[in-house]
Design a protein around this ligand. Sequence first.
Ligand code: NAD
Ligand code: ZN
Length: 341
Amino acid sequence: MNQAEFINDSKLLSGILNDYSNIIILCDQNTEISCLPLLNLNPVIPLISIPPGENNKSTFSLNLIWNKLLLANADRNTTLINIGGGVITDIGGLAAATYNRGINFINIPTTLMGMVDAANGGKTGINFNGLKNYIGTFSEPEAIYILPKFLKTLSVSQIQSGFAEMLKHGLIADKQYFKQLTSMDLEFSNFEIIHFTELIKKSVALKDNIVSKDFKEIGKRKLLNFGHTIGHALESHFINSNLPHGHFVSAGMICETFLSHTIGKLDLAESQEIIFSIDNIFNRIPFSANEIDEIAHLTLKDKKNKDQIVKCVFLDKTGEASFDNDITIKDVVESLSFYNS
Ligand SMILES: NC(=O)c1ccc[n+]([C@@H]2O[C@H](COP(=O)([O-])OP(=O)(O)OC[C@H]3O[C@@H](n4cnc5c(N)ncnc54)[C@H](O)[C@@H]3O)[C@@H](O)[C@H]2O)c1
Ligand SMILES: [Zn+2]
């Protein structure tokens, strides 16, 4: 499995990219403005730029990218360079994995979410019929380059979003890391990139360690879905909100921590401590009691579930988790009612 390479100097990254003879850049209209100028790339390199946002992780945008690849005469020797957040690395990875039966691609994440999670691990995808990541492949990028300097132009809400996945990494695999993250003085509006780089490296290493043992998500990799069973249901319900992915994951982690105690092995004090720490960082997502049933039923649409049984990751302790725990819609409703209380 290819591991992310950390690069501190944008000139170094420009050098690597400008050395390629046959590349095409994919970005969105925001990363085109905020990130591309830092790289000072050769202006003759073809550029595909799509509108930003989760709504554009769609068949429409995928079609557009394929068309632009064709227009730029991309062939089996072309490498697609995805420069953006999780939306760009997910859809760009899928476009590359399918164009001409697969061309090489490189991920250059520009969001915290992308750096700690989306750009690593080889999952590509788009949303389909309102369902998150329903169409996609497992395809490894040829390389992943992380330039933490890109984070400087990111909004506070986007930084928080990536932070949710970092908390998840600690919760499922490393108690000490979780404690380190939650005891930090979190000034997201004025954070130190140098300090953050070490944390990003830790999260990447924790994810890589899990993915390297189970690339196709038959077993252990499922642990990375902690907070996502209920988080994705909330995200599908609020599909037109502008709230970034990690905020839904924070809500999902609260609900699934609650269930880890009420159904699983997590002790009460530990569950309360975890929920308190998450609440310290994230505002709860408001919804009415009337919406709970509909949100709960969306968990059945999760592609990992079979026959009306919802599979969920539970925390056994802080830093230790188990997968394939069966939960019912009633359990999901209870956890959402707890979250809403
Ligand atoms: N493949 C995986 O394993 C995996 C893992 C986690 C998340 N994801 C996916 O990632 C997506 C979320 O990723 P995201 O939060 O990065 O979303 P995103 O790509 O939509 O980026 C968030 C916003 O920030 C803008 N942006 C990106 N970089 C910027 C920068 N440096 N400065 C200013 N603005 C910038 C983007 O244009 C966008 O508006 C979801 O679709 C999720 O499903 C995939
Ligand atoms: Zn996620």
